[in-house]
Design a protein around this ligand. Structure first.
Ligand code: PEP
Ligand code: MN
Length: 263
């Protein structure tokens, strides 16, 4: 169902003012985790002013260590909904369990399936049955075939609003947190009609690399970007080392716009 052979025209996913696909590159931005009202609202206003049309923010966080901040859960979802109310930004947030589908769908516009859950097939089926767009992130060790078959689980349930997100894979290389293959964009465009989103934040793991890789992703034809932005990255409760400050995000968006217009 994801195949270009089945549907030759590119699919465009639209949620509120956010659009991705068929010539439109939509930008989702915001903190890795929702931490407080002040943190989220300031980030929402800043990313909106810079041109993002969706706000990202994790309320349920899949942390490597059980001792790390696990997210604000429903309180975080309420803050996301309040930020949408004020700014009009679509809300993108991760869903970690089938138990939380109803709860997260009540507050979010786009359900994010994280890399660690790309092959959680019951979760994929569950979001396939909800009237919400889905951002499916590639597993860090998943092949493209496995990635596309995971999307198939969602599409088969009748949900056609699926976006594929390349967020970097595990390789022998350790100068970056993950290795970000931008060749995924032309490859997936050849194989599928679904929008392809690039995550230069997790894909590099270093703030200083994020702007250049975001611009490169746009040049490669990405249908969207998801970027971590934080008012005070040094004191972020998760992923501060790969988050952009507001002015860095604004400058990145300005560069991306120049490239997008030249394509
Ligand atoms: C995230 O978006 O903050 C996240 C945890 O991403 P991934 O699932 O790609 O690691
Ligand atoms: Mn993160």
């Amino acid at each position: 169902m994801a195949s270009r052979e089945v549907r030759p025209e590119p699919t465009q996913v639209q949620v509120r003012e956010f659009r991705a696909g068929n010539g439109i590159c939509g930008v989702m931005a915001g903190p890795c985790s929702v931490e407080s009202e002040e943190q989220l609202m300031s980030a929402a206003r800043a990313v909106k002013a810079a041109g993002a049309t969706a706000l990202r923010g994790g309320a349920f966080k899949p942390r490597t260590s059980p001792y790390s901040f696990q997210g604000m859960k429903e309180e975080g979802l309420k803050l996301l909904a309040a930020a949408r109310e004020e700014t009009g930004l679509a809300v993108v947030t991760e869903i970690m369990s089938t138990d939380d589908v109803e709860l997260v769908a009540k507050y979010a516009d786009v359900l994010q399936i994280g890399a660690r859950n790309m092959q959680n097939y019951r979760l994929l089926e569950a979001v396939g049955n909800v009237d919400r767009a889905v951002l499916l992130k590639r597993g860090a060790s998943a092949t493209m075939d496995e990635f596309l078959l995971a999307a198939e689980y969602i599409l088969n349930e009748g949900n056609e609003n699926v976006m594929l997100c390349e967020r970097g894979i595990r390789t022998f290389e350790d100068h970056t947190r993950f290795t970000l293959p931008l060749a995924s964009v032309p490859y997936l465009h050849r194989k599928t009609h679904l929008p392809v989103i690039i995550d230069p934040s997790h894909g590099t793991g270093h703030t200083y690399m994020v702007p250049d890789m975001a611009v490169a992703a746009v040049a490669a034809g990405a249908d969207g970007l998801i970027i971590e932005v934080h008012p005070d990255p040094e004191n972020a409760l998760s992923d501060g080392y790969q988050s952009l400050e507001f002015n860095q995000f604004q400058a990145t968006m300005d560069r991306c716009r120049v490239v997008a217009e030249a394509l």
